[in-house]
Design a protein around this ligand. Structure first.
Ligand code: CTP
Length: 404
């Protein structure tokens, strides 16, 4: 889902503490640098037992902060300067030790002292043995950190370095990045707090027989980006998505479906509970009349497949929407785009329609970028070419502005 414009020139401090997952911090720094962020790093003495400062230094192209009193260097306010420099900090991996020290205000080396001086959003990505993670004192410290406004990206369950499975493995990179996105989001978590947002994403599959199907090129990236965005703004998110290769966002209720009918059923069940429904899926308009449970054999001549219409999910929800509910649709139009998109807006009783132009290079299907126009009854607002996550931010910004 990254890169995002939001990370360009952002000053991110990466803090690495001593756990085996320290090697994964290298990859994380790489993601940040690729996305245009300026990165500086600090390491504890234990972290240096796992990876070398030279590795980290080479990745962020800046010396690593290590000592509270480095030799041959003026250092009295060293830690304060770094703390004042950072726009955000990510502690990856975060050990039980640094979690405990920060939660209890202890500064006894460069790293922990700097933690106390930081005044930017701070994200902890803990990684440790499952019994350590479950330890009551560690959990108490995590609760302290949360109530003090720190962001936590919980560890995952999986195979641990100890040779057995349990909760404690560093969250996958995508999740850490998603939490960082939330931590630095300019709209803040309050803008959709208390709201339920349902999003459909990706293409649907209509099977002819066990091996053949009708589908489309939609990757689901735009819908997933919208789910990230709604999560970052504090919403309860329901993501209903067709098959695809993107890892489902964390903190979101993910429901995977296959056909247009499956998607309709899930949306139908959840619609009454949602405040905002965004239909970003490329739903099949037709499905084969019949499904053959055996693989269809070829005949001598051409073949026609009788098809029938699927339900129009968005239109059906438009017909039953309550006054407080907002509906947002997507349109791909190649002829008279604005006029046709506006017709769809009225026909499906939408509050906004996002017009994709498939002819623009770098827009729409499969890629990481898009260029859209946000169309409402009164307005038409072009959004310049950008990463899908940044477009998602503009879309939700416009939805929220429309509510005021
Ligand atoms: N949509 C839907 N259910 C369908 C078809 C479309 O919910 N069976 C939604 C899409 O998610 C999108 C919007 O309707 O938000 C517009 O989809 P699009 O395919 O562009 O338009 P259609 O209404 O299907 O019209 P046409 O294909 O004739 O352009």
């Amino acid at each position: 889902m990254f890169p995002s414009k939001l990370l360009e020139k952002k000053r991110i401090l990466v803090g690495i503490t001593g756990g085996i997952a320290a090697y994964k911090a290298c990859l994380f720094i790489r993601h940040l640098v690729t996305a245009g962020a300026e990165v500086r790093a600090m390491m504890t003495a234990s972290a240096e037992k796992f990876i070398t400062p030279l590795t980290i230094e080479s990745l962020c192209r800046y010396p690593v902060y290590r000592d509270l009193f480095p030799e041959n260097q003026f250092a009295a306010t060293h830690h304060i300067e770094l703390a004042d420099w950072a726009d955000a900090a990510v502690i990856i991996p975060a050990t039980a030790n640094i979690i405990g020290k920060t939660a209890n205000g202890i500064g006894d080396d460069f790293f922990s002292t700097n933690m106390l001086a930081l005044h930017c959003p701070i994200l902890f990505a803990p990684a440790m043995n499952s019994n350590m993670w479950k330890n009551a004192a560690v959990q108490r410290n995590i609760a302290f950190l949360k109530s003090d406004g720190y962001f936590i990206c919980d560890p995952e369950e999986g195979f641990l370095a100890e040779g057995y499975s349990g909760v404690g493995r560093l969250a996958r990179m995508e999740y850490v990045l998603q939490h960082l996105y939330r931590a630095i989001h300019p709209g803040g978590q309050a803008s959709l707090q208390g709201k339920t947002v349902m999003i459909t994403a990706g293409g649907t599959r209509e099977f002819l027989d066990p091996v053949r199907m009708l589908t489309n090129r939609s990757s689901g990236k735009m819908g997933f980006a919208l789910a990230w965005e709604a999560f970052a703004r504090g919403a309860k998110v329901i993501l209903v998505h067709g098959p695809g290769n993107i890892s489902p966002p964390v903190g979101v209720k993910n429901i995977s479906v296959v056909s247009a009918e499956d998607m309709y059923q899930v949306v139908d069940e959840n619609f009454a509970d949602c405040d905002i429904f965004i239909s970003a899926a490329a739903v099949a308009d037709y499905r084969p009349d019949a499904f053959s449970k055996d693989k269809i054999k070829k005949g001598k001549g051409p073949m026609n497949i009788p098809m029938q219409r699927t339900k129009d999910i968005l239109q059906t929800m438009g017909e039953r929407k309550a006054a407080h509910q907002k509906l947002i649709g997507f349109a791909v139009e190649t002829v008279d785009p604005e006029e046709n998109a506006r017709k769809k807006l009225r026909k499906k009783q939408l509050d906004m329609i996002v017009l994709n132009n498939p002819h623009v290079k770098g827009a729409a299907f499969e890629g990481d970028t898009n260029q859209v126009t946000l169309i409402t009854e009164k307005d038409s607002q072009p959004v310049e070419m950008g990463y899908k996550i940044d477009i998602a931010r503009e879309i939700l910004e416009a939805v929220i502005a429309g509510e005021k």
